[in-house]
Structures are given as C-alpha cells and as structure tokens.
Design a protein around this ligand. Sequence first.
Ligand code: MN
Length: 261
Amino acid sequence: MKLLVTNDDGVFAPGIIALASFLAKRGDECTVVAPDRERSSVGHAITLTRPLRIWKVPSGPYPVNCTVYACDGTPSDSVLLALDEVIPEPDLVLSGINRGPNLGDDLTYSGTVSAAMEALILGRSSIALSLNCRENEPEHYYETAASVAVALLDFVRMFPLSEGVLLNVNVPNLPLAMLKGIKVTHKGVRLYEGKVTRLKDPAGRQYFWISGKPEDQLVEGSDVWAVANGFVSVTPVHMDMTHFPSLTTLEAAGAEKINFK
Ligand code: MN
C-alpha cells in the first residue's frame, strides 16, 4: 500500500518510527510528513499567518526505504502540504502512534486525530493510532500498537472504510500477547479532575497549569471502557457535528420565529 504517515509528537518520536518501521518491513511504500517538533494538543489548527516549509530529512532511525519529511507547521498543515506536494494519492493516511491515549473528548484537542480528520476532509481514508501509555510508565509498547496497525490495515484493505469515516484506535500499553482483543466502540466520557492548577512564579505572580487526572465513565461499549479492560478500542468517527434531532425540536420550539427586528 502507498501510505502517508504523520503524527503530532514530532517526526522523530518513537511512536511514528515504530509504525513506519513495521509498515516498511512488510513492503508498504511509506512516506512520512510530520511536524519538526512536538505539536500535541494543538487540535485541528492550520497556519495562515506565516510561510510554511517542508524539507526532506535524513531518515536516521527510520528504515532506508521510508521517505521522511519534516514540516514546521501543525499536524494538519503537514497533511495538507503532504497531499498537495509530496504524495497526492495515498491509499491511506495514518496518524500516530501517539504517545498517550486519545479517548473521549481528547479527540477534539488531539493533533493526532485532527491530522486524520484533515485527511478525511481532503477525501482520503485515514486512521489515528494512540498508545494508552503514561509518561512515567517504565515501558512504552509502541511495537504492540504497530502490530495492531498492520492487522487493521489488512482489514481495511478487504473492507474499505465508509466515505467520510476515520478510525480512532487506542491500544493498551501492554505486551502484544496480553491484549484481550478488539472492541468496536463509541466515544466515551473522560473528564479531567482538577484540570486547572494554580501556582505562583518566583516573583509571587499567579500562573496556571492545565493538566488534571482523567476520570473515566466506564460505560460498556465506550472507548475508555475498552482500553481499561485490556482491549484495543476502534471508534468510527465522522466529521458531521450536526445534532439532527435538534433540527426538529428547535424548529418546533419556534427558533425560526424569534423576532429580532
Ligand atoms: Mn501527541
């Protein structure tokens, strides 16, 4: 397959290297176009106010048959430029493997998932891949997630994704043999306890740090539930944010008859 690979952790992050290595090993034609630095949680931002550049980088830790480009923009910039300038007709766009999960409402903050969304908007099929690891865990099993990615690729080759639908895949941070299987899930609810921390700088001025401890609502069938139970979570995601039932209820409530003159 002809694949475009991107991420939001930066072009030399371990996750994207593991993914490209697994793909190249099995003979896929792999072009990497990814941000030149970490751009996690930039969401779907694109850069409109300064010049953008992409340049070929020495493949370094990548297999020799991967072509690797860095981009000084966001993940979505990388996809935009890659599809315009580098690889216009990939069979699939892969984003990841992200360092850390993209579960519940992480989706809207995630540069990883947004890169896949950008591909979708531009009419290409895409998959976002994330490893459910935490910074302080001793082992990050990117190879596990790469093995899952390769198997999923074979699957979507047989059963192409519906038009306008991407897969958001989250893999437990476990050795491959310990995964329980795959669950097709819906987006769950993950809230962050203590999202804003108040601190003081050395001059005594207040500043803030956004982080927080994730609190999941472990509803069966959701993405957070699947990963918490040792399953790979595969969530089909589409971009239409319209809430269709409200079309009827808002109109019936008289929203179109509000008097504003
Ligand atoms: Mn990231």
